[in-house]
Each structure stands twice: as structure tokens, then as C-alpha cells.
Design a protein around this ligand. Structure first.
Ligand SMILES: Cc1ncc(COP(=O)(O)O)c(C=O)c1O
Length: 396
């Protein structure tokens, strides 16, 4: 009765933990959420002020392509990075999620293939499944901190059905940041094999220790194939204001995206007004301050987890996630046990089992993804709970 594609939708990696977290809550146990990629920092006041200053008597539909002032502000934000897009090369979407969905809808016929380094952001799977896109995983290894394999390994995965290479940089769920050389290699493959390159850069500012990377918007020789996906969600701690962006210089591609934008009329006028103020008012000093906070949390988490017997992790280079190997056979089972059977001082933690981020689930069996978008005292308690939990779990 329902469509084949919709029935193929995978559940998110944390979905299977929901009944267990419900049980913990009902038992009065507090849950520290290490499973959610939602920044806890305050949304900058400029967002709310702009909305307070809104003087129209009616909230009308905005332009389908996005509000002009917002597009101007985003153009300037990119110009500050020496990346030049014109107004009609920028379209505003309901979050990065809609930008991704529209991009994939525009590029792919059912059965065509996307090349993607795994593990990757699990929500991509929903889009792939609903559009009947076949995923071909580019293998990366935990031991090498998810570095891309060599060019010939990637090229060997290309078939006549391959349409695009897609990735997020900095990476969710890996916290890895691709080097300039790795991205240049992907750009070469894209040009030589005539593949689109979907570069999801929603974590762009969250790069630590001065790691040398670039936005794919700097590859000026290939901007008709490069599609940049962007969003204010993480950049300005505004996940609930749904404002994303697609940037590309292929007129035909952008024409189709615009048609899709027109078909859903417009996105929230007020969200765009807030977003425009953020882009207009905030700059490097804001990003630096936020970055410092996340780096502090990353260091705290890394040092704390590293000390636990049998726990292995790489130092994340960006975003606010890391993949952590645990001394257990089945990290999903351990995660359920933590919620259902364990608490310390009235609290437990919720992890995201990593197998859901892999095509080849075996590779993620003994791993979890941890998000460190939390205050230090919360992280401290979470580390303690994981350590005590592991001891008890193993001695059952
Ligand atoms: C890699 C990546 N891309 C895109 C998104 C979509 O974010 P939004 O739709 O809130 O812009 C997320 C959200 O977590 C993400 O992690």
C-alpha cells in the first residue's frame, strides 16, 4: 500500500534506544545526552532583536529563493573567505536538510550511485532511501582517523551509474577534517570523471588546532559541479530556526533547485530575518569564541575517555563529534544496558551506537558516536558514568 522507497527508510541509530531512554526517565533517572548534535550554546541576541524589530502587520510569504537581504549577507560572509558567489548562485532552504534533499532529488535517478566516505551522517540514509539512491561507501579506517584512501581506490569504486561524491567536512560522525590535499584529490576526481561533488560544510567554523583545510568553494575551476550545503543551525546555535543554503554555479542545476523552492512556496520569514542579522552582525570574533569553547570540551572529553581502560579514540579535529571504540563486542547492547540497567548518582548517559553510521555495520559494532556539545561538568559526569558502567557491564 505504501511506496517501496518509503518502506526502505532506515531508522536513525538512536531510534532503537528510545524505549530504553523512556524507561530510564520513568524510573526517575536523569539522562546525559551524548547522542545529540544540538549545540547547547545560547543563540546570539541579534537573532531575537531582529525579530522583535519586525514591523510588518502581516507575515507574508517571502521570495521562494530566500530573502534578498539574507542572500546579500551570505554572499558577503563567503566573500570574507575569498569565495565569490553571485545572488542567483545562492538559494535559501529550510535548513541544510532541505538543501540536501533538493540537491539529491535534482541529481539522481533511482538506482544511480553516490560515493561517500563511511561512516557518514546517518540522516543521509533517509534521503538515499526515499529517492532509491544506491550508496557506495568509500572505506576509511578508524585507526587512520578516517583519512581518505588513495585516488585509485576511490576511482575503482566509480561505475557508469555514479553521479556524485558526497561528504561532510568537518565530519559528522567522525570529527575528522579533510586536508587541503585530500579535498584537492576529490576535486580532481570530480573533474576527471565528471561527477558532482556535494560538500556539506555545515560545521565549517568548527576546526581545531589550525588544521589546514579549505571550503570546496575555493576550487574555482569546478564550481559548476561543486554543490555547497550550508546552514545556520550549528554555526550560530540555531537548530530550531530552519535556514540552510545551497551554493552552486551551474545555471541549469540552480534552475531546478529554484523550481523545487517555488513548489514549497517559501521558508519561514522570521527565521530568515533572524538569520540575516546573525550573518550581518557576527564575524570572526564570534566564531573564535565559540570555537574556543568547543575545543576546551573536545580536549576535556578526549583526555577523560583516553584514560579509561580499553577505550580508544582519535583526537577529533573538527565539528563536535567523535567515534569511540569501547571494550565491548556490541556497543548498541552496552548503550541499551546503560539506559535500562545502570545509573550513577541518579544519572546515566545516552550514546549513539556507531553501526548505524556505517554501510558495513560490522565496522561500527564496538563503537559509539559521542557528541560533546555539552558543558564541561556534564561531560565530566558522563565520562565517570561510562567508566563505571563499563566495569559493571563487563563483570555481569
Ligand atoms: C553533517 C550534517 N549535515 C546537515 C545537517 C542538517 O542540519 P540542518 O538541517 O539543521 O541545517 C546536519 C545536522 O546535524 C549534519 O550533521
Amino acid at each position: 500500500m505504501f511506496s517501496k522507497n518509503i518502506q526502505n527508510l532506515k531508522t536513525s541509530p538512536v531510534r532503537e534506544l528510545m524505549p530504553y531512554s523512556k524507561k530510564a526517565k520513568e524510573a526517575g533517572v536523569g539522562i546525559i545526552h551524548l547522542n545529540i548534535g544540538q549545540p547547547d550554546l545560547e543563540t546570539p541576541k541579534e537573532f531575537f532583536q531582529a525579530i522583535e524589530n519586525f514591523e510588518e502587520k502581516t507575515i507574508a510569504y517571502s521570495d521562494s529563493s530566500g530573502q534578498k537581504e539574507l542572500i546579500e549577507a551570505i554572499k558577503k560572509y563567503y566573500k570574507n573567505m575569498d569565495i565569490n558567489y553571485k545572488n542567483d548562485e545562492i538559494l535559501i532552504t529550510a535548513g541544510g536538510s532541505e538543501a540536501l534533499l533538493f540537491t539529491l532529488m535534482t541529481l539522481f535517478n533511482e538506482g544511480e550511485e553516490v560515493l561517500i566516505p563511511e561512516p557518514y551522517y546517518a540522516n543521509y540514509n533517509s534521503f538515499f532511501a526515499m529517492l532509491g539512491i544506491k550508496v557506495v561507501g568509500i572505506p576509511t579506517s578508524f585507526e587512520k582517523n578516517f583519512k581518505l584512501p588513495s585516488k585509485d581506490i576511490i576511482e575503482n569504486l566509480i561505475t557508469e551509474k555514479t553521479k556524485a561524491i558526497m561528504f561532510s567536512n568537518p565530519g559528522n560522525p567522525t570529527g575528522a577534517v579533510y586536508s587541503r590535499e585530500e579535498l584537492t584529490m576529490l576535486n580532481e576526481i570530480s573533474k576527471e570523471k565528471n561527477l558532482f561533488m556535494i560538500s556539506d560544510e555545515v560545521y565549517r567554523e568548527f576546526i581545531y588546532d589550525g588544521k589546514d583545510t579549505v571550503s570546496c568553494g575555493t576550487f574555482e575551476d569546478n564550481l559548476e559541479r561543486i554543490i555547497i550545503i550550508d546552514s545556520i543551525s550549528k554555526r550560530f546555535s540555531t537548530c530550531g530556526a530552519r535556514v540552510g543554503t545551497i551554493l552552486n554555479k551551474n545555471k541549469e542545476f540552480m534552475g531546478y533547485i529554484l523550481k523545487l523552492c517555488q513548489s514549497r512556496l517559501a521558508i519561514s520569514t522570521l527565521d530568515m530575518i533572524g538569520a540575516e542579522a546573525l550573518y550581518r552582525c557576527l564575524g570572526s570574533s564570534y566564531y573564535d569564541a565559540v570555537n574556543k569553547k568547543y575545543m576546551e570540551r573536545r580536549d576535556f572529553l578526549f583526555e577523560g575517555l583516553k584514560k579509561i581502560d580499553g577505550v580508544i579514540l582519535n583526537k577529533p579535529e573538527g565539528a563536535f563529534y567523535c567515534i569511540v571504540e569501547l571494550p565491548v563486542n556490541d556497543a548498541a547492547d552496552f548503550s541499551k544496558w546503560l539506559l535500562g540497567e545502570f545509573s550513577y548518582e541518579g544519572e546515566t548517559v545516552m550514546l549513539a551506537p556507531a553501526k548505524g553510521f556505517y554501510q558495513n555495520e560490522e565496522l561500527g559494532m564496538n563503537k559509539v558516536r559521542i557528541s560533546y556539545a555539552l558543558e564541561l561538568d556534564r561531560l565530566e559526569k558522563a565520562i565517570e558514568i561510562i567508566e563505571l558502567g563499563l566495569k559493571k557491564y563487563k563483570s555481569r
